[in-house]
Structure formats: C-alpha cells, structure tokens
Design a protein around this ligand. Structure first.
Ligand code: DC
Length: 237
C-alpha cells in the first residue's frame, strides 16, 4: 500500500501495547519507529549512574547538568530501533526496575520534557515516523497527520502486564501490578507539563477485546479510509 511520508502519533495509557502496535505498523508500512518513553528512561538512567537520583530523591538542578551534554540517540539494527548513550546500547538497562521506579517523576520535570522534545523533533526530521508516548499528538507533533489514542480496560491491562512480568520470572502479584498501573496513569494524566490527554483529532483504539492482528486490520482500514486508498478509479467522478 502506498502510504505517504506522514508522522503517526500513538499515545495512550500504560500497558495498552502502544510500542508493540507501533513497532508492527512500522515494520508493515516501512516507517521509522521511535519510542519517546525510552528517552525519558535514558535520562533517568544517566541520572542514576551519576548519583543525582538516589534514595528516592531527584536533585533536579544536578540532573539538568548531567542531561545537557548527553548523547542519547536511536540506532536501527536488525529492523529494531535501540537507544544508545554515546557508543553504548542502553536498551536493556532502561527497562530495569530502578529506572522504572524513577522515570515518571523525571518525565514530569518541564526542562527534561523540553530537552527530550527537541531531540524527538530532530530524530523525526526525515519524516515517515511512527512515535509512541503520552503527549506526541498533543504537544510533540500537534500537526501529526494521523493520531491514535490507545486505551483498554485496566483489569485487562494489568493482567497482560502481570503475565509479561511472570514470563520474565519477576515476582509480583496482580494486585501490585494493577496498583502500579493506576499510579502511573494518574501521574501521567495529572502532571502540570504536557499531561496525557486524548487529542481532539485522535482515533481511539480500545483493544480490550482485540488481538494484535485485529489491531493491525483496524489500522489498515483507517489508513485506507484516510488516504483514499480504497477508492477505485471507477468510483471517482
Ligand atoms: O512508555 P514508557 O513506560 O516507556 O514511558 C516511560 C515514562 O515516560 C512514563 O512514566 C511516561 C513518560 N512519558 C511521557 O511522559 N511522555 C512521553 N511522550 C513518553 C513517556
């Protein structure tokens, strides 16, 4: 299918499968996939390693000094997009427990958001990008040609996340996972700077009762409808 070089913004609640969905769409339609959450995770990791995030506290001024010179960037390898800090691939470390504990408050710092937004604009400058996050369609790319807002029942999201963690051998309970999910949703939607919101022109994808395959079929229908790719020449007047 011939899809133009557009920007697709995918926002939504935690554990709605945004990155899985966005990666698949990127592969299917030859888009560059960019995970904006990874950037906040990268800043958090650098802060932890520099010791300016420790013992439950974030030294904001020191974190900003650590962040400014950081060479955080994405590399495309074997069809996957990975985050690098200089020459070091940090994709695994940024998904760890410690980073996950601090990333939400780090992402609420306005100066961190503005630094990340500048980087995201530079990375996407070539176009033909699908980016997922919390504020892509509202703040980072308010003029994105296509905006998707993903949601699902929170019990279903918690169960999916719990199964994922259990498969990795992590010891937790469904109740803990649900509480953490509610907490992150609350923080993301109530922070002062760029809270998680559904853009007025976003298409809602509620995948509570959908398989990944059904989500891709849904997207295909959306793309065909939006870009007129279903119109046969015979129907045009
Ligand atoms: O999608 P994720 O869990 O990797 O995101 C990590 C954190 O970053 C999460 O607390 C939400 C925040 N985030 C954000 O505030 N804005 C974005 N565009 C992407 C992520």
């Amino acid at each position: 299918m011939n899809i133009p070089d557009i920007i697709i913004a995918v926002d939504g609640y935690s554990s709605t499968g945004k990155s899985t969905f966005a990666k698949l769409i990127a592969t299917e339609f030859a888009f560059l996939y960019l995970d904006s959450g990874a950037m906040y995770r990268g800043v958090t990791l650098a802060g932890l390693e520099a010791g300016v995030i420790a013992d439950g506290k974030i030294d904001e001024a020191a974190l900003l000094s650590v962040m400014q010179p950081l060479d955080l960037h994405f590399c495309q390898e074997d069809g996957a997009t990975r985050l690098y800090l200089g020459a070091r691939c940090i994709e695994k470390e940024i998904r760890g427990w410690e980073v996950s504990q601090y990333v939400s408050p780090v992402s609420a710092i306005a100066a961190v958001r503005s630094w990340v937004d500048d980087k995201l604009h530079a990375f996407a400058a070539g176009g033909r990008v699908i980016m997922d996050g919390r504020d892509i369609g509202t703040t980072v790319f308010p003029n994105a040609e296509l905006k998707i807002f993903m949601t699902a029942d929170e019990q279903v999201r918690a169960r999916r996340r719990y199964d994922e963690l259990a498969a990795k051998g992590e010891k937790t309970t469904l109740e803990e996972v649900l509480a953490n999910l509610k907490d992150r949703d609350y923080r993301d939607s109530h922070r002062e700077t760029s809270p998680l919101r559904q853009a007025a022109d976003a298409y809602v994808l509620d995948n509570t009762h959908m398989t990944l395959h059904e989500e891709v079929v849904w997207m295909l229908g959306l793309l065909q409808g939006k870009f007129g790719l279903l119109e046969s020449p015979g129907l045009k007047c």
